[in-house]
Design a protein around this ligand. Structure first.
Ligand SMILES: [Zn+2]
Length: 139
Protein backbone atom coordinates (compact mmCIF):
# COMPACT_ATOMS: atom_id res chain seq x y z
CA UNK A 1 0.00 0.00 0.00
CA UNK A 2 1.34 3.37 -1.04
CA UNK A 3 1.72 6.20 1.38
CA UNK A 4 -0.65 9.02 0.50
CA UNK A 5 0.20 12.32 2.17
CA UNK A 6 -2.46 13.58 4.57
CA UNK A 7 -2.90 16.80 2.58
CA UNK A 8 -3.69 14.78 -0.57
CA UNK A 9 -6.08 12.52 1.37
CA UNK A 10 -7.84 15.60 2.63
CA UNK A 11 -8.08 17.11 -0.87
CA UNK A 12 -9.58 13.91 -2.27
CA UNK A 13 -12.07 13.62 0.61
CA UNK A 14 -13.14 17.25 0.31
CA UNK A 15 -13.48 17.04 -3.47
CA UNK A 16 -15.81 14.03 -3.00
CA UNK A 17 -17.69 15.83 -0.22
CA UNK A 18 -17.24 12.70 1.90
CA UNK A 19 -19.11 10.45 -0.55
CA UNK A 20 -17.93 7.22 -2.11
CA UNK A 21 -17.39 8.25 -5.71
CA UNK A 22 -18.74 4.91 -6.94
CA UNK A 23 -21.88 4.13 -4.89
CA UNK A 24 -22.25 7.62 -3.38
CA UNK A 25 -22.71 6.52 0.22
CA UNK A 26 -21.50 9.22 2.58
CA UNK A 27 -18.75 8.25 4.96
CA UNK A 28 -20.87 9.45 7.89
CA UNK A 29 -23.33 6.68 7.01
CA UNK A 30 -20.90 3.77 6.89
CA UNK A 31 -19.33 1.72 9.66
CA UNK A 32 -15.82 1.79 8.19
CA UNK A 33 -14.11 4.96 7.06
CA UNK A 34 -13.90 5.58 3.33
CA UNK A 35 -10.56 4.94 1.67
CA UNK A 36 -8.47 6.57 -1.02
CA UNK A 37 -8.65 4.49 -4.20
CA UNK A 38 -6.17 4.55 -7.05
CA UNK A 39 -8.59 4.59 -10.01
CA UNK A 40 -5.83 3.09 -12.13
CA UNK A 41 -3.88 0.88 -9.77
CA UNK A 42 -0.19 1.48 -9.45
CA UNK A 43 0.52 -1.87 -11.11
CA UNK A 44 -1.20 -0.45 -14.22
CA UNK A 45 0.86 2.74 -14.11
CA UNK A 46 -1.56 4.83 -12.08
CA UNK A 47 0.12 7.50 -10.01
CA UNK A 48 -0.53 8.82 -6.55
CA UNK A 49 -1.83 12.10 -7.91
CA UNK A 50 -5.17 13.82 -7.50
CA UNK A 51 -6.46 12.97 -10.98
CA UNK A 52 -5.96 9.26 -10.32
CA UNK A 53 -7.39 9.17 -6.83
CA UNK A 54 -10.95 9.02 -5.59
CA UNK A 55 -12.76 8.46 -2.34
CA UNK A 56 -14.29 4.99 -2.10
CA UNK A 57 -16.17 3.14 0.59
CA UNK A 58 -14.42 0.05 1.91
CA UNK A 59 -16.73 -2.29 -0.03
CA UNK A 60 -16.40 -0.54 -3.39
CA UNK A 61 -12.65 -0.31 -2.95
CA UNK A 62 -12.39 -4.00 -2.02
CA UNK A 63 -14.60 -5.24 -4.87
CA UNK A 64 -12.92 -2.99 -7.43
CA UNK A 65 -9.41 -3.90 -6.37
CA UNK A 66 -7.05 -3.17 -9.26
CA UNK A 67 -9.67 -3.87 -11.96
CA UNK A 68 -9.91 -1.44 -14.85
CA UNK A 69 -12.53 -3.12 -17.04
CA UNK A 70 -14.78 -6.14 -17.42
CA UNK A 71 -16.91 -7.93 -20.00
CA UNK A 72 -20.29 -6.32 -20.65
CA UNK A 73 -22.89 -9.07 -20.26
CA UNK A 74 -25.09 -7.53 -22.99
CA UNK A 75 -22.49 -7.07 -25.71
CA UNK A 76 -19.79 -9.52 -24.64
CA UNK A 77 -17.18 -6.81 -25.15
CA UNK A 78 -14.54 -5.53 -22.77
CA UNK A 79 -15.52 -2.16 -21.34
CA UNK A 80 -13.80 0.18 -18.90
CA UNK A 81 -15.15 0.56 -15.41
CA UNK A 82 -16.67 3.87 -14.36
CA UNK A 83 -13.92 6.47 -13.93
CA UNK A 84 -14.86 9.08 -11.33
CA UNK A 85 -12.57 11.74 -12.80
CA UNK A 86 -13.64 11.31 -16.43
CA UNK A 87 -17.19 9.97 -16.37
CA UNK A 88 -20.44 11.51 -15.18
CA UNK A 89 -22.32 9.28 -12.71
CA UNK A 90 -25.77 10.13 -14.09
CA UNK A 91 -24.75 9.13 -17.60
CA UNK A 92 -24.01 5.59 -16.44
CA UNK A 93 -26.34 4.98 -13.49
CA UNK A 94 -29.73 5.87 -12.14
CA UNK A 95 -30.77 5.56 -8.51
CA UNK A 96 -34.20 3.96 -8.20
CA UNK A 97 -36.41 4.73 -5.23
CA UNK A 98 -35.96 1.14 -4.09
CA UNK A 99 -32.28 1.85 -3.39
CA UNK A 100 -31.16 -0.07 -6.48
CA UNK A 101 -28.54 1.56 -8.69
CA UNK A 102 -29.63 0.81 -12.25
CA UNK A 103 -26.85 0.72 -14.84
CA UNK A 104 -27.64 2.67 -18.02
CA UNK A 105 -24.59 1.90 -20.17
CA UNK A 106 -22.00 -0.78 -20.71
CA UNK A 107 -19.71 1.04 -18.32
CA UNK A 108 -22.57 1.14 -15.84
CA UNK A 109 -23.27 -2.59 -16.25
CA UNK A 110 -19.67 -3.71 -15.76
CA UNK A 111 -19.15 -1.36 -12.82
CA UNK A 112 -22.40 -2.38 -11.13
CA UNK A 113 -21.43 -6.04 -11.44
CA UNK A 114 -17.76 -5.78 -10.42
CA UNK A 115 -18.41 -3.42 -7.49
CA UNK A 116 -21.62 -5.27 -6.55
CA UNK A 117 -23.67 -2.10 -6.15
CA UNK A 118 -26.90 -4.01 -5.86
CA UNK A 119 -25.94 -6.49 -3.19
CA UNK A 120 -28.76 -6.97 -0.71
CA UNK A 121 -27.07 -5.21 2.21
CA UNK A 122 -26.18 -2.08 0.22
CA UNK A 123 -29.61 -1.77 -1.41
CA UNK A 124 -31.25 -2.10 2.01
CA UNK A 125 -28.94 0.54 3.46
CA UNK A 126 -29.54 2.90 0.53
CA UNK A 127 -33.30 2.44 0.86
CA UNK A 128 -33.07 3.12 4.60
CA UNK A 129 -31.01 6.28 4.02
CA UNK A 130 -33.47 7.40 1.35
CA UNK A 131 -36.33 7.22 3.86
CA UNK A 132 -34.23 9.52 6.06
CA UNK A 133 -33.61 11.88 3.13
CA UNK A 134 -29.88 11.22 3.37
CA UNK A 135 -29.13 9.49 0.08
CA UNK A 136 -31.03 10.65 -2.98
CA UNK A 137 -30.15 14.25 -2.23
CA UNK A 138 -26.49 13.39 -2.47
CA UNK A 139 -26.64 12.02 -6.01
ZN1 LIG B 1 -19.07 2.70 -2.43
Amino acid sequence: MTYIPESLRQQVTERAKGRCEYCYLHQDDTYFSHEIDHIYAEKHGGGTIGENLCLACADCNRYKGSDLCSVDPQTNTVISLYHPRRDQWHEHFRLLDTGIIEPLTGTGRVTERVLRFNRVDLVAECARLMTLGKYENLI
